[in-house]
Design a protein around this ligand. Structure first.
Ligand code: FES
Length: 175
C-alpha cells in the first residue's frame, strides 16, 4: 500500500503543476491580445482626406447651392453660403457650408429647399437641416447628412479637407 500512496502523491503533484502551467498560460493569453490591440489601435480611426479646392467665395451666390464633388468625382455635393453664421460654417461670416447630396438612407439624390435651408429626399422623404450641420430632422434615415470640413484661404479659395459622416454606399469615404 506504501507504493500505492506514493503513486497518489505523485499524481497530486503532477495535477498541481499542470494547474500552475494552465494559469500561466491563461495569463499570457490575456496579456497578448492587449499588446496586439495596443499596436493595432492607431490604424483603425486614421483616414487621410485629400485637400481639394472646390471653388472660390466669389463663385457663391447667397442661398444657392453650387455643385461640387468631394472627396472624389463619384461623391456629389454642394457648397452653400447661407447668410448667417451656422454650425461648421467657414469664411469671415461663418456661413459657408458644404454637404454630400446623396441621402444616407438608400442613396437617392437630395434636393435643396432654399426657403427653410433643408435637403429633401424624394426616395423616402428624409429631411436634413443645413443650418444644423446636416442634422436629420425627419424620415427614414438614421444618419445625418455628411458635412465637409472646409478651409478658406486668403484668396478666398475654398478647400474641403474631410467629411464628418460616412458617405452612402461606402465602407470608407476615401478608398
Ligand atoms: Fe432618402 Fe430613403 S433614400 S430617405
Amino acid at each position: 500500500m506504501d507504493r500505492c500512496n506514493k503513486l497518489v502523491d505523485v499524481g497530486r503533484r503532477q495535477f498541481l503543476r499542470g494547474g500552475a502551467f494552465a494559469a500561466a498560460g491563461m495569463a499570457t493569453a490575456v496579456a497578448l491580445p492587449l499588446q496586439a490591440q495596443a499596436k493595432a489601435a492607431p490604424g483603425l480611426a486614421l483616414v487621410e482626406y485629400p485637400s481639394n479646392k472646390l471653388a472660390n467665395v466669389a463663385d457663391l451666390k447667397p442661398n444657392e447651392p453650387l455643385d461640387v464633388s468631394y472627396p472624389d468625382e463619384n461623391a456629389p455635393g454642394v457648397l452653400l453660403k447661407l447668410g448667417t453664421k451656422v454650425e461648421g460654417g467657414a469664411g469671415p461670416e461663418g456661413d459657408i457650408v458644404g454637404f454630400s447630396t446623396i441621402c444616407p438612407h438608400k442613396g437617392f439624390p437630395l434636393n435643396y429647399n432654399a426657403d427653410d435651408h433643408s435637403f429633401n429626399c424624394p426616395g423616402h422623404y428624409s429631411r436634413f437641416d443645413a443650418d444644423a450641420g446636416g442634422q436629420q430632422i425627419w424620415g427614414q434615415s438614421t444618419a445625418n447628412l455628411p458635412q465637409y470640413a472646409l478651409r478658406i484661404d486668403a484668396k478666398g479659395d475654398i478647400y474641403a479637407e474631410g467629411v464628418d459622416e460616412l458617405l452612402y454606399g461606402r465602407l470608407s469615404n476615401v478608398l
